[in-house]
Ligand binder design. Sequence first.
Ligand SMILES: [Zn+2]
Length: 437
Amino acid sequence: MKREGAHKVREPRRPPTPAHPSLAIVHASELLTLRGPRGPRIREAMSDLGIVEDGAVYIEGSRIVDVGPSAEVLRRHPRAGRTIDASGKIVLPGFVDAHTHAVFAGSREHELEWKAQGLTYTEIANRGGGILHTVRATREADEATLAGLASDRLATMIAHGTTTAEVKSGYGLRTADELKILQAASSAGRASGVTVVPTFLGAHAVPPEFEGRADAYADLVASESIDAVVSSRAASFCDVFLEPGYFDPPQARRVLQKAATVGLGLKIHADELSDSGGASLAAELRATSADHLLHVSAAGVDALATAGVIGVLLPATSLASRLPYADGRRLVDAGVPVALGTDFNPNCWCESMQLAIALACHHNGLLPAQAITAATINSAYAVGRGDTTGSLEAGKAADVLVCDAPAHQHLGYRLGGNLVGTVVRGGRIIETRALTK
Ligand SMILES: [Zn+2]
């Protein structure tokens, strides 16, 4: 007791120990804060990463508490429980993957041989490949199996820096199977540590039992399926694959209008294989995002910009399906907020937002800074999480990456590797390469 009392007398000279476990990441060659006014970034703001040289971020519990030059942050918070020296490295917000289909059974590696022989996406679907191949396997799998498969994929994503991922259903195409997929997505998020934002994509394709009756299937999605999704709180967004051979604008409008009335956010697979009016419909319905946009019309681009709909670019799909690349520079110049996703799915097995960034720079016409903005703060807004993640600012979730590169341009420049050395998700170090001291 005496010793303890004596100890207490000396304590007040030192700053109080933080109430929560604390972590400081210091001396980053470039700290990419992405700080700025609330809302997705457009035009010039997409090139402003809010870089602090020799920067630091200080974290308590699951939140960011302080961000700035290392000297100032260390003076204000000299006693972090753990310190990571990021000298010679860049530090940035965790990536937000705005578009994935990470829950499915089976795989489609055999289709690569058809692709290599020159078959198109549509020709592969006509051979019994494509979405419906995956639907058959996914219907047969139970929820636990799907959650396990998705968890492994999300674990690879987080090792490549993705701390938040949107995950769609769409390989069940029956109410019970769609719900099974959405529940598996949420379980996989909890198991892997990735923050999952689930999206209901019942209108991904017309299931075989509704062949030739797309209207009837769209009506089922817009009634029974959406009602079930909402009553079980299984999704935050509703998405539709709007494309000839899938769903037309009137069918998409019915599904999305119903989704809006029950409080789901809206997304559209828009103008991927043809100019099918997806961007215009997204603008008309004030959707959160219009995704793909390979064939978007000039009127569609203007409509997106006017309505403030986020354009989500998915360049890995163009790579995997040998499609043209969306004109990202045109979208930025027109004032469309641009975000990025991997489109991870059995046709495009890409877990890496770093590869998406590199492809966006090489093929979508984005500057490295614009691609990083697209992959962080703008993607966060594209999945409805822009107020809680996507930038390094006091009060936001402590989702932080330390990358083995001295400048941000390396993220666009290097192809196919993994520059992420340390991932912090919600204040917790998920994966590290011995950077701590
Ligand atoms: Zn998709």
